[in-house]
Design a binder for this molecule. Structure first.
Ligand SMILES: NC(=O)c1ccc[n+]([C@@H]2O[C@H](COP(=O)([O-])OP(=O)(O)OC[C@H]3O[C@@H](n4cnc5c(N)ncnc54)[C@H](OP(=O)(O)O)[C@@H]3O)[C@@H](O)[C@H]2O)c1
Length: 265
């Protein structure tokens, strides 16, 4: 059964390449985006052969405005596109203080600005036709920024926040959006960043196939936020409920009593 077309960014490697495989198995035709054309073409040919679906390897450097514009135009113009998976991303090589401003800026640009542009384009296009879905790969460090590179963690918090906010607009229009928060996942991301992944305890590192299968189970269940490792779903609910409980207290016409001593008028 042929579904609509899914765009997968970062489809040449790691999490994105597993999404491409699993979506092909579900009958989606694929537009596979990354920079490495040879890897894309090899993977695309394999998926076409294995699942009898149509694949388009689209070699783009999404950090370049002209390449990003091509993909944005494709999202807006191709009415058969029904799913966007934002998995293209890079990781940090160390702490913020040990990183060059340039490397942090290019990481934030790809992980945040590019994902934002693609998500908004898909959101508008899908909302206009009343169908479609967006999967954004964030990270658990969105929830614990103290434990990782701050620029990377803040970028992932942006992805989580954007997804939660857009859900309010998209759900009534029949469009699904999901943020996936993986923990450490066995991919090339560490090697590419020059990080020795052997120092990460094996018990904290998930296989990319299992991570994506769990995330897709969450997607099928209609979850807005999926944390593949999290056994006790009540912990996430408690955090989210506490956040919502803050709501009525966050914007009032006067400061809290404990600050009144320093208010002059
Ligand atoms: N692995 C983890 O532990 C982990 C945990 C939480 C979240 N994540 C997130 O998961 C996502 C996927 O990462 P991964 O672990 O699968 O890493 P990966 O194996 O290194 O894959 C990254 C993908 O992004 C593509 N990419 C990088 N720069 C690009 C650019 N400028 N334009 C287009 N494509 C580009 C790469 O392909 P080319 O090199 O061919 O362009 C590759 O396909 C990222 O957003 C990452 O932050 C990963």
């Amino acid at each position: 059964m042929t579904q609509s077309i899914a765009i997968v960014t970062g489809a040449s490697s790691g999490i994105g390449s597993v999404y491409a495989d699993r979506l092909a198995a579900r009958g989606y035709d694929l537009i596979m985006v990354a920079r490495d054309f040879e890897r894309l073409r090899t993977a695309a040919n394999r998926l076409t052969e294995k699942y009898a679906i149509a694949t388009t390897p689209l070699p783009l450097d999404l950090s370049k405005r002209s390449d990003l514009d091509l993909l944005l135009a494709r999202i807006r113009d191709d009415e058969n596109i029904g799913l966007l998976v934002n998995s293209a991303g890079v990781g940090p090589s160390g702490n913020v203080l040990d990183s060059s401003e340039e490397s942090l800026a290019s990481m934030v640009h790809l992980n945040v600005d590019v994902l934002h542009a693609l998500t908004v384009a898909a959101a508008k296009t899908f909302a206009a036709k009343g169908a479609g879905a967006i999967i954004n790969i964030a990270s658990v460090v969105a929830l614990m920024p103290e434990r990782f590179n701050g620029s990377y963690s803040a970028g992932k918090a942006f992805v989580l926040s954007l997804t939660q906010a857009l859900d309010v607009e998209l759900r009534p229009k029949g469009v699904q959006i999901q943020a996936v928060l993986p923990g450490f996942t066995r991919t090339e991301i560490f090697e590419r960043a020059g990080v020795d992944s052997s120092v990460i305890p094996a018990g904290m590192m998930m296989d990319a196939g299992q991570m994506v299968d769990a995330a897709l189970a969450g997607f099928d269940a209609g979850e807005l936020v999926t944390i593949p490792s999290l056994g006790n779903q009540g912990l996430w609910k408690a955090l989210d409920d506490a956040r919502h409980e803050l709501g009525p207290h966050l914007s009032l016409d006067r400061p809290a009593a404990r600050y009144l001593g320093s208010v002059t008028h």
